[in-house]
Ligand binder design. Structure first.
Ligand code: CTP
Ligand code: CA
Length: 223
């Protein structure tokens, strides 16, 4: 379906957004997941689209439906997300809001694991590719603006600033996902935006408002 592009400051710009959790299979009926609802990434894609961007939305199995008017690419695993992202570039900007599983089960079982065969299983893990770092460090065709997220529970700003340096992205949206903050899976977010100019603490607000404000900043950065 042709996206209904609106007139706005991002008209003519192509933007990639990753969102949601990934599912890493154990066997045909079981997987490893995380608590991401996809709400923040979905809100960001919607806000960018509302400013006129052509949005490629690469999403894991989220709780919330994708926005209208964006190009939706549904994936399950981190490896599939990387493949989809690599197919989507070149883009003018990329926002990596997905909660990508850091590890996958090294050997997915082709058949259902049974209780009465082999006892309690031990799972071996392998590290997933870092999608944000891969795109941030592209030698050719790197997006002009790469925005990462940093989900932290301790030393939020310090860890997020180090993450920004390590991965090579331009901005990092840092949030405290400690139990009790209600951020993971909730309707609000409390973020610090880290750029090359330093750390900006935003007040706690609805995820939709965080998205609108971030989209506005992205439009200004790309102008
Ligand atoms: N990310 C990614 N690919 C991965 C892991 C993370 O693209 N395999 C992205 C996320 O979408 C987010 C950023 O990297 O934009 C930071 O994710 P986070 O989980 O906070 O950082 P990690 O580097 O995985 O470090 P850790 O989980 O150990 O804190
Ligand atoms: Ca991680």
């Amino acid at each position: 379906i042709e996206a209904a592009l609106v007139d706005g400051p991002l008209k003519g710009k192509r933007v990639l957004v990753t969102s949601g959790p990934t599912h890493e299979p154990i066997d045909p009926v079981r997987y490893i997941a995380n608590r991401s609802s996809g709400a923040q990434g979905t809100a960001i894609a919607r806000a960018l689209s509302a400013l006129g961007a052509e949005v490629v939305f690469v999403t894991g199995p989220a709780d919330v439906p994708p926005p209208n008017g964006v190009q939706v690419v549904r994936i399950e695993t981190a490896q599939q997300m990387l493949d989809a992202v690599q197919s989507a570039v070149p883009v003018d900007a990329a926002v990596f809001a997905a909660a990508v599983a850091d590890w996958r089960v090294a050997k997915e079982s082709a058949s259902k694991m049974k209780k009465d065969k082999g006892g309690i299983p031990k799972l071996d893990f392998a590290e997933n590719p870092d999608i944000l770092a891969t795109i941030s460090q592209l030698q050719e065709g790197r997006p002009a603006l790469v925005v990462g997220f940093a989900a932290e529970t301790d030393d939020v700003v310090e860890n997020a600033a180090a993450k920004r340096q390590r991965k090579g992205c331009d901005w990092i949206v840092a949030n405290d996902v400690s139990a009790g903050t209600g951020i993971m899976g909730g309707a609000e977010n409390d973020i610090t935006l880290i750029t090359n100019e330093g750390a900006e603490d935003w007040p706690r607000m609805a995820k939709d408002q965080v998205a609108a404000r971030l989209a506005d900043r992205i439009a200004k950065a790309l102008a």
